[in-house]
Design a protein around this ligand. Structure first.
Ligand code: BES
Ligand code: MN
Ligand code: ZN
Length: 494
């Protein structure tokens, strides 16, 4: 993906496009006469407000070409609504609208004054990160060959100047986050006949070469020998080879225990013998959204190179029905030694994650584990599509992730854990069942994972509702890459 050059200064020569923030009275917002012809611009936008041509409401834009008396080729008016009423959500909506309005127009060199319209509670630095992220990400377009004859136009934009103090690191964080999200989106959008466990492994190897990560890939034979009976019971139904994909980024002291990111990589979830209904089943190509998030975060880490150690572990497989597939009632032995009665083969995410969690703890001795998974339909029922669920055994870790989620507007909402929900996993025939009934389905799934977490700080992110959007804008979102990058950078500075 083409990279935008971000810069900070107040010289406006060679810039062809101005992004101008306007309130609902037609006034330029919070700009202390730093723009050329600012009073002419102010008079122009006020007259457009008066005439009803531009409301200045949140999310509205108006592109003016060669306005009289103005030296810019084009001026994009962007509405931010009523004074002092702007929310974080509203601000981001307007910036996104600005990026959409400039998508594939003639703009090449842009000055972006919309950072000054930020909500009162946020800093200019925050606004720079968000703008860099949103504009860089507007370059992402699903580009895989499987798309066929759709022709993709290369974006024209080359540079964006913020007329402010130097916040280069903030812009770089936003840009790296966008590049990570684009990788996450591309992998998730790719159909499962292309995006196989092997393809995810090759992507990790490529990232490893580009950014000097250590990469290790385990195959079916090795994992069977190691005793990953739970993960392998899911993989046994498919002919596509499963992989355990391990990435290691060392930016901190070698003595420092890493933070581990574990991502569910079910490249297609048919449900197995507990087959899913047909309607909308195509969306189960997105069931590797956790895996794609881990790879996207590693891409951002490679770009930013923060002072921290991070490992990524991705159990990747299809969940298929076949003559070899695991059947309801079958009992398997996990890598931890605990036995599991598989009452529903569609609750496969936890079956692959439990072995990945055990493997991660044994191999890397991490200080913290954060797992992310499109784990339960129940999560969508509980929280909808706007926030991911978070649960964990350590409140400071959960709080730190939630704070990072608020900062990036990639939010998490905490659900409880407790022995009452754990009891729902009781089995007459094994140490536990892999389902706990309909009630509290997201919590019992997390409770299952908790049984495989031994004395390490752990948080679980259920991203079933947030990893992709359905409907006519169907596509991966790149979440929760922003929150995780923000969290890791905050940890690196701590
Ligand atoms: N990948 C699904 C969860 C899912 C479903 C995510 C729909 C997003 C949209 C997961 O493997 C699954 O099938 N979970 C079951 C669990 C149940 C059998 C206990 C579910 O949610 O129905
Ligand atoms: Mn399933
Ligand atoms: Zn699944």
């Amino acid at each position: 993906m083409k990279h935008i050059q971000f810069a900070f200064n107040t010289s406006f020569t060679h810039l062809d496009t101005l992004i101008l923030p306007i309130n609902d009275e037609g006034e330029i917002i919070s700009l202390e006469n730093i723009l050329p012809q600012q009073s002419t611009l102010n008079a122009l936008s006020k007259s457009l407000s008066k005439s009803g041509d531009f409301s200045g409401n949140v999310g509205t834009t108006l592109l003016l070409i060669k306005p009289a008396g103005i030296e810019f080729q084009r001026v994009l008016l962007v509405g931010f609504g009523a004074k002092d009423k702007l929310t974080t959500k509203g601000y981001l909506t307007s910036i996104q609208a600005a990026a959409d309005a400039l998508d594939h127009c003639g703009a090449i060199h842009i000055v972006n004054a919309a950072i000054f319209a930020k909500p009162a509670a946020e800093s200019i630095k925050w606004a720079v990160t968000q703008n860099a992220q949103i504009f860089q990400r507007s370059f992402y377009d699903y580009s895989h060959e499987s798309r066929g004859s759709h022709s993709l136009k290369e974006p024209k934009v080359e540079s964006m100047v913020f007329p402010a103090d130097d916040y280069t690191a903030a812009a770089h964080q936003g840009q790296a986050t966008a590049l990570g999200m684009a990788l996450t989106q591309e992998l998730a959008n790719m159909p499962s006949n292309f995006c196989t466990p092997t393809y995810l492994a090759e992507t990790a190897i490529q990232l490893g070469q580009e950014f000097d990560f250590d990469i290790k890939i385990l195959d079916r034979k090795e994992m069977i020998e190691m005793g990953m009976g739970s993960f392998m019971s899911v993989a046994q139904g498919g002919d596509t080879p499963p992989k355990m994909i391990c990435l290691s980024y060392k930016g901190g002291e070698s003595s420092q225990a890493p933070i581990a990111l574990v991502g569910k990589g079910v490249t297609f979830d048919t449900g197995g013998i507990s087959l899913k209904p047909g309607a909308g089943m195509d969306e189960m190509k997105y069931d590797m959204g956790g895996a794609a998030t881990v790879l996207g975060v590693f891409k951002a880490l490679g770009e930013i190179k923060p002072n921290i150690n991070v490992v990524g572990v991705i159990p990747a497989t299809e969940n298929m029905p076949s003559g070899n597939a695991i059947k309801p009632g079958d009992v398997v032995t996990s890598l931890s030694g605990q036995t599991i009665e598989v009452l529903n083969t569609d609750a496969e995410g936890r079956l692959i994650l439990c072995d990945a969690l055990t493997y991660t703890q044994q191999t890397y001795k991490p200080s913290k584990i954060i797992d992310m998974a499109t784990l339960t339909g129940a999560c969508i029922i509980a929280l909808g599509h706007h926030v991911s669920a978070i649960m964990g055994n350590n409140q400071p870790l959960v709080d730190a992730l939630r704070t990072a989620g608020e900062t990036t507007y990639d939010r998490f909402w905490q659900l409880p854990l407790g022995e009452e929900w754990d009891e729902q996993l009781k089995s007459n025939f094994a140490d536990m069942a892999n389902i706990g009934g309909r009630a509290g389905g997201s919590i019992t799934a997390a409770q299952f994972l908790a049984r495989f977490v031994k004395e390490v700080d752990w948080a679980h992110l259920d991203i079933a509702g947030t990893a992709w959007i359905s409907g006519d804008k169907k596509g991966a979102t790149g979440r929760p890459v922003p929150a995780l990058v923000e969290y890791l950078l905050t940890e690196a500075k701590a």
